[in-house]
Design a protein. Sequence first.
Length: 403
Amino acid sequence: MKKRLGIVMAFMMIFSSFSSLAVGNNDGEGAITYNGVKMFPLRTVAMLIKADVKWDNTQKAAVMMMEGKTVTFKAGQNQAMVNDKNMTLKNMPYLKNGKMYISESSLMDIWEVGIEYVDGKATLKNMTKMDIVDTAVAAGSFDTLVAAVKAAGLVDTLKGEGPFTVFAPTDAAFAKLPKGTVENLLMPENKAALIDILTYHVVAGDKMAADVVKMDKIKMLNGKDAMIEIKDGKAMIDGATITMTDIVTSNGVIHVIDAVMLPEAKMDIVDTAVAAGDFKTLVAAVKAAGLVDTLKGEGPFTVFAPTVGLGAAFAKLPKGTVEDLLMPENKAALIDILTYHAVAGDKMAADVVKMDKIKMLNGKDAMIEIKDGKAMIDGATITMTDIVTSNGVIHVIDTVMLP
């Protein structure tokens, strides 16, 4: 989980605004590279930031004092003592030939400054970090997340004092959700669900990557726990891979993830179908059949859900069929059709493909087969699987099944 300093610095340059103050002639003592990390001599650092520095032989430590802040560095330890409080450093101070060297990341964390050498002269960079929201906006790869934060009314919260840790899904991560999900979640009537999802991506406090990987679970801002694991050498949270870590902001830290995490207390089958926006005819039929309370019940149920979007399942029916089925006098036939799309229990895709038939809620068997590498049920192709809800699971199919 250790990030190379170069990657962190690249993000800090993108996410930070800085002004440079060239310092006049100095002793010319330059930076060194240790374990792939650029390290700066403490004496040069002290001169640039106008700090007093002394060597504490008892502690074998360097002590720097500036503007009421006392910082103690010990070589070979990734902790600095700042005004009697421990601070974890990304890179350990290094002692060479009796001289102490520290990394730029340490300077950023403690004094919000950085150093560069220009024509042999040390230059001080005053790094003014942006908050979490402005950092995400500046990055340009979190537009959907930012839009969701605005729709949920969480901007002021995430621009607040914090600190917060945000596991930030990229735009590509949101694109993995079923078509129409994001658009529906951004609607005012789905604000509560959106808030629940977004606060499942935020932790109170600044948890650096080194802290996160030591946990097996972490409590999110919505009160639910997200599970953490190391899989194939990669850190994961609730099934999402953490692809970039330790983007430090003025009010917390951002870790980037490749999938949107959905809280454990997910929406039920009906609300999930409504939010997705691709099952409008199915939802209308469920309401007309009086099955809303059933499919919002404890369950669990497995629903093979015909779409109305691309490759629309309901559009394949003869013209006028849907309209006729929605009439009150045809309620019994509609119930029979709909319950032929539901199964008692939560049958994940891995379970379904092992079967040759499955008993539907109306008591009839639907045949299952693998054809040309695709799973099919009663002639309908299963186009998307394992959409987990609070009371079961949805698999999407491209054709309405008739009992």
